[in-house]
Design a protein. Structure first.
Lengths: 142, 359, 291
């Protein structure tokens, strides 16, 4: 290996005559991988408003509102850990490989969930009558 | 007798994006003394461990640091697994080793760039960061994250890496290694770089040992200590030699890191073809009951995790001693008598990560 | 050169110098970026920056500093005007030095240690660069028998042939004046330095714009200095200046920032060897020719 003190000159001149390594960002984007962690998406039709993702999210980014029938996420709080995806019992959450677009204000992304939760207290009044083994999702009465 | 001036250095300083504050007592441009103050970014992480489920705390542990994130997560999981007596699957061990080395490489390359930046060599900074991008691509493709891998999990790893991907990595690494040679040569040979690094911030072997330096700072002063030799994950089955330089100056510390990057290439050459097939995680039931100290080698040096549980989902106590914390006393020693222009360079040679140190 | 010509030349300098220097800075940034394998900013970025700085809020640490800054701009322009109307080279050099001293005083006016150290380093840089500038004036005098820029540039012979050492010395000093690595001690075009932004730390918004503007005037003036060596052959001059500027960019991109001691020592040694050596040789040659 030759030892000379001006090695950087060679690197700089080579760079000068090569295509730059950077891309003009908003116009050209770097390819993402299948595994890239991006925004959390929900298939609202499958969600049963079970609140597990709300409880497990390490940053409290997800807020599930059972009476209001909404699932909401604060994209700026989400750290893309993917834990909600792992714990969701209905597998209705997924992680896309694109980042959420930039925003200029904090806001919750609110999704209306069609699922109607079963009435809040079917059990307490009759102690053992109507066991109601797993109420069918759509069969709630209002 | 020259006038003494106090120059505040940090907690917000363009050359040191780390919230540490040093009061530099200088005479002309010579530093007589450096007085540190801390606590600008204490995050209460350790207390949080008492509130969170121990499995969920992995996410927090990974975010102790934004650069050596993976090894933090891995160290935490290792400590918990030891308490619970879990023997994680082999494939997980090997993949952990792979990620740990990738993490070390990208951290060192980031650091080499930052060092170039600290002595006003912008092109060197750009060069290292450009090459590092290739590593980040590999990391992103395997784990999904660029610097926060999010792949650690108590009982294994969270994402398996497909075998065809594993087979592709060696070629990518070879390309990165080839791109790296010319710019690490600059570090070794360039006149102005040597002017700024050789003989600057010398830490004698004895001082390094006595003041409790760890990692490249310790090895740069000629002490052969490398926690990877403990043989955690799959390190007991790969060839690791501590990289030692004897000069104890900034140049020696840079050389240790450069050689460690090349060493990591070698380690990965041993790891990648040997990743066994099989599951990558195991079911974890119960809760940690007992205590454990885990020691791992971070890019910045030896890190220690202490966990104590009493059969609850939440830990009783979590403690992490990051390498930067151990390297602050040696840093203060190195700073004595240096020139003002050397301060950023010397501070950087311990590869400070103050937010990790303050947790 | 008569009065109307002089006024025209002065006006031309005042208007065209910032435009030229701004474009040059734009080219500089693009080439620097390419050397770092980046795409780099658009060509007109320096102007965008300048206009943006002018629009920013005025925050003053010490108002005196601003007065000094205007002195910096004024005397730099005076130096340039004196040069481009073909005036006295010595006045040019001293007006330029005076401008820099005003800049230093402006930085000293604020109480910040970064600004003070930057100012001290700027003084050191002045000490490093001034001898070469003065020596080059002497070189021109010995070679042409006049300190008048007008006389120097209307000579038919190529001065680079007899003053190569002077030229080399000036190019060396230009690196200091352009604030390029390895000599970007007092402040740097890049953000990361141990003394923050050094001499400019305590200025903000429009005042930074004034500093940039003065720097641009200075750049054009210094390039004018180098032009004198090739005055009879303008196309050669342009080529040579482009080459010199390219070398400055290359040096900036292939060097670390060095210590002030090294800068001072090396530039004095270089001045002594290249500048003074050239002068001595020239002196003997002219003595040898005349008796
Ligand atoms: S998204 Fe999944 S975890 Fe969250 S409330 Fe709906 S079903 Fe439950
Ligand atoms: S990815 Fe993690 S942080 Fe984001 S919403 Fe899901 S659990 Fe919460």
């Amino acid at each position: 290996m030759t030892k000379h003190p001006l090695k950087m000159t060679k690197v700089a001149l080579e760079n000068l005559f090569q295509k730059p390594a950077t891309v003009p960002y908003p116009a050209v984007r770097k390819p993402v991988y299948a595994a890239t962690r991006g925004r959390i998406a929900i298939e609202e039709a499958k969600c049963i408003l079970c609140l597990i993702c709300d409880k497990k999210c390490p940053t409290g980014a997800i807020k599930v509102d059972r009476p209001g029938k909404t699932w909401a996420i604060d994209r700026l709080l989400c750290i893309q850990c993917g834990y909600c995806v792992e714990v969701c019992p209905k597998k209705c959450l997924g992680m896309e490989n694109l980042y959420s677009p930039p925003v200029s204000a904090k806001a919750m992304d609110v999704v209306n969930v069609p699922f109607t939760p079963p009435p809040p207290k079917p059990k307490p009044p009759p102690a053992s009558a109507t066991p109601a083994a797993t109420p069918a999702p759509e069969a709630g009465k209002e | 007798m020259a006038n003494r001036t106090v120059i505040p250095f940090g907690p917000q300083h363009p050359v040191l994006p780390e919230p540490i504050h040093l009061d530099l007592v200088i005479e002309d441009e010579h530093v007589v003394e450096a007085i540190p103050s801390f606590g600008f970014i204490h995050r209460g992480l350790e207390k949080l461990a008492e509130k969170r489920d121990f499995t969920e705390f992995t996410f927090v542990a990974e975010r102790i640091c934004g650069i050596c994130s993976y090894i933090h997560g891995m160290g935490y999981c290792q400590a918990i697994e030891s308490v619970m007596g879990l023997e994680i699957p082999e494939r997980a061990k090997w993949l952990r080793t792979m990620w740990a080395e990738l993490s070390r490489m990208h951290s060192h390359m980031m650091w080499l760039g930052l060092l170039g930046d600290a002595f006003g060599f912008e092109n060197l900074f750009m060069a290292f960061w450009r090459v590092r991008e290739g590593l980040l691509d590999i990391i992103e493709e395997t784990s999904g994250g660029r610097v926060i891998f999010g792949a650690a999990k108590v009982g294994g790893i969270r994402r398996d890496v497909p075998d065809d991907l594993l087979a592709r990595i060696p070629a990518q690494l070879a390309k990165i290694e080839a791109e790296m040679r010319p710019i690490t040569d600059v570090f070794r040979d360039d006149f102005s770089v040597r002017q700024r690094l050789c003989g600057v911030g010398v830490l004698s072997q004895k001082d390094a040992y006595d003041l409790g330096a760890v990692g490249p700072v310790l090895r740069g002063s000629g002490v052969a200590v490398d926690t990877r030799l403990e043989g955690y994950a799959a390190y007991d089955r790969v060839q690791v030699e501590p990289i030692v330089e004897s000069d104890g100056d900034c140049w020696a510390r840079a050389m240790v890191r450069i050689r460690e990057v090349y060493q990591s290439f070698e380690i990965l050459k041993q790891v990648l073809p040997n990743v066994p097939a099989g599951p990558v995680d195991m079911k974890v039931t119960g809760a940690p009951n007992g205590e454990f100290f885990a020691r791992l080698e971070q890019p910045r040096g030896e890190v220690i995790y202490y966990v104590k549980g009493s059969g609850k989902k939440q830990l009783d106590r979590f403690r992490v001693r990051t390498p930067t914390f151990a390297n602050i006393p040696p840093l203060l020693k190195m700073l004595q008598g240096c020139q003002l222009a050397d301060v950023p360079v010397i501070v950087l040679t311990i590869d400070p990560c103050i937010s990790c140190a303050e947790r | 050169m008569n009065l109307t010509h002089a006024i025209l030349a002065a006006l031309l300098y005042i208007v065209a110098a910032p435009v030229l220097a701004g474009l040059l800075a734009g080219v500089d940034r693009i080439i620097s970026a390419r050397m770092q394998a980046r795409i780099g900013p658009p060509l007109l970025q320096p102007f965008y920056d300048l206009f943006k700085l002018f629009q920013k809020e005025r925050i003053a640490v010490n108002k005196t500093g601003h007065f000094f800054l205007l002195g910096y701009l004024l005397f730099t322009i005076i130096a340039g005007v004196e040069f481009f109307i073909g005036g006295d080279l010595l006045i040019v050099i001293f007006a330029l030095a005076l401008g820099s001293v005003f800049f230093v005083l402006g930085a000293f006016a604020a109480g910040s240690p970064y600004s003070h150290i930057g100012a001290e380093r700027e003084l050191i840089q002045l000490m490093a660069s001034e001898p070469m500038l003065i020596l080059s004036a002497m070189g021109f005098y010995v070679a042409t028998g006049s300190f008048q820029v007008h006389d120097i540039w209307s000579r038919p012979d190529l001065l680079i042939v007899i003053l190569p050492g002077m030229f080399a010395g000036l190019v060396y000093v230009l690196t200091i004046k352009l604030r390029k690595s390895p000599f970007d001690l007092a402040t740097s075009h890049h953000a990361h330095q141990e003394i923050v932004k050094g001499i400019t730390t305590e200025f903000s918004g429009p005042y930074l714009a004034v500093i940039e503007l003065a720097h641009w005037y200075e750049t054009i003036l210094l390039l004018g200095f180098l032009y004198l060596f090739f005055a009879p052959w303008p196309w050669l001059a342009v080529l040579a200046l482009a080459a010199v500027y390219f070398l400055e960019i290359l040096a900036d991109n292939t060097n670390a920032r060095l210590y002030w001691q090294w800068v001072l020592r090396s530039s004095w040694i270089f001045t002594a060897v290249a500048g003074a050596g050239n002068l001595v040789v020239l002196y003997y040659l002219s003595r040898g020719g005349t008796p």
